[in-house]
Design a binder for this molecule. Structure first.
Ligand code: ADP
Ligand code: NA
Length: 330
């Protein structure tokens, strides 16, 4: 029996992943490649749904791939590739666009949110059909599971609807993926505003910790993280979101359990936790940053890895697209 197939992607829309990206997504990707046949994709087609500078996009795509490798994506186990290197993504997306209802697409709340931010007239049609491209990403690989956060549930439902609709209209062709909502994924919160999730569009740069930022600078952010006025270190996300967020990050980076940390910091103050977490981050990030630099300093090697990843991906993607084209009469 084959291992269950899994697909996930990340946009090359920043110079560095932030801690939310790592702890909420990439960390799970690394773990899941053990018992899944995984396809991990830097989704540059998705990145151009909003305005992009070509040189910046090219650089960020390479940096994203280098970070995935440095964090533990193993290209001998998983297919690691760049979406635009596999033209079948755009080709299947077109077919799926033609079986997606305009009203159905209009109900996607993420488009509503994103287009509101940009002004409705400036939002591209590409941004509007973004969830359809996402469906193509998933269905091309006859994917069994898609690890996504709660915010992607609606897009995954659309993917399942489109696969079912295609199969009903043209005959069984596309595997309908099971939703795999990653529930144990705590949202990583902004260090300066623990009511908001950590995001690349953070209000204050001090609230956002990037994987690639200078370790001492990041350490300073942990030491000045916003907490409440209490003293006791307890895990209580509802009433003490700031402290709980620091415990969550510490546990993930140090490999210790939250309970163990709470016990270890019994009788100590928030300052002790922050200082310790700062040191834990430096120890975690320094070797990863070194490995990212090694990948970026050897462009031929990175090209080779991504080239091999695209070959692996295309072997599956081209078979799916051929079946789809045949079904629809091409
Ligand atoms: P951002 O919110 O900074 O724009 P993205 O939307 O590009 O980040 O997220 C890429 C991946 O990282 C997604 O799988 C998303 O669920 C995850 N992610 C982003 N921010 C966080 C966070 N604060 N906590 C947990 N996971 C996150
Ligand atoms: Na986002």
């Amino acid at each position: 029996a084959r291992r269950p197939r899994l697909l996930s992607g990340i946009q090359p829309t920043a110079d560095s992943f932030h801690l939310g990206n790592y702890l909420g997504a990439v960390r799970h990707w690394v773990a899941m490649q053990e018992d899944h046949e995984a396809f991990y994709c830097v989704v540059d087609l998705h990145a151009i749904t909003v305005a992009q500078d070509p040189a910046v996009l090219r650089e960020r795509t390479r940096r994203a791939a280098a970070q995935l490798l440095a964090l533990g994506i193993d290209p001998s186990r998983s297919a690691l590739f760049v979406q635009s290197h596999v033209p079948e993504h755009a080709q299947l997306a077109w077919v799926l666009n033609c079986i997606t209802g305009f009203g159905e697409a209009s109900r996607m709340t993420q488009f509503k949110d994103k287009s509101l931010k940009q002004g409705a007239d400036r939002a591209s049609v590409g941004l509007f059909t973004y969830p359809v491209l996402q469906a193509a990403d998933i269905l091309l690989y006859q994917t069994d599971v898609v690890p996504v956060g709660e915010d992607q549930r609606q897009h995954l439902e659309l993917t399942r609807d489109l696969a079912g609709r295609f199969n009903t209209s043209f005959g069984p062709t596309l595997r309908v993926p099971a939703p795999h909502i990653v529930k144990d994924t705590a949202k990583i919160l902004d260090l300066q505003d623990p009511t908001a999730k950590m995001s690349k569009s953070a209000q204050s740069p001090a609230g956002l910790v990037e994987l690639m930022e200078e370790p001492n600078r990041a350490a300073k952010k942990f030491r000045s993280a916003v907490t409440d006025t209490g003293r006791e270190i307890v895990f209580d996300p509802e009433h003490k979101p700031g402290v709980s967020n620091l415990l969550t990050i510490h546990a993930a980076l140090s490999g210790r359990s939250v309970d163990d940390l709470v016990a270890a910091f019994d009788g100590k103050g928030y300052g002790d936790l922050k200082k310790d977490l700062a040191a834990v981050f430096v120890e975690f990030a320094s070797p990863i940053q070194e490995r990212v630099r090694q990948y970026l300093d050897d462009p031929a090697q990175l090209d080779k890895i991504l080239g091999e990843g695209a070959v692996k991906a295309r072997a599956v993607a081209s078979a799916t697209l051929a079946a789809v084209y045949d079904r629809i009469g091409f």
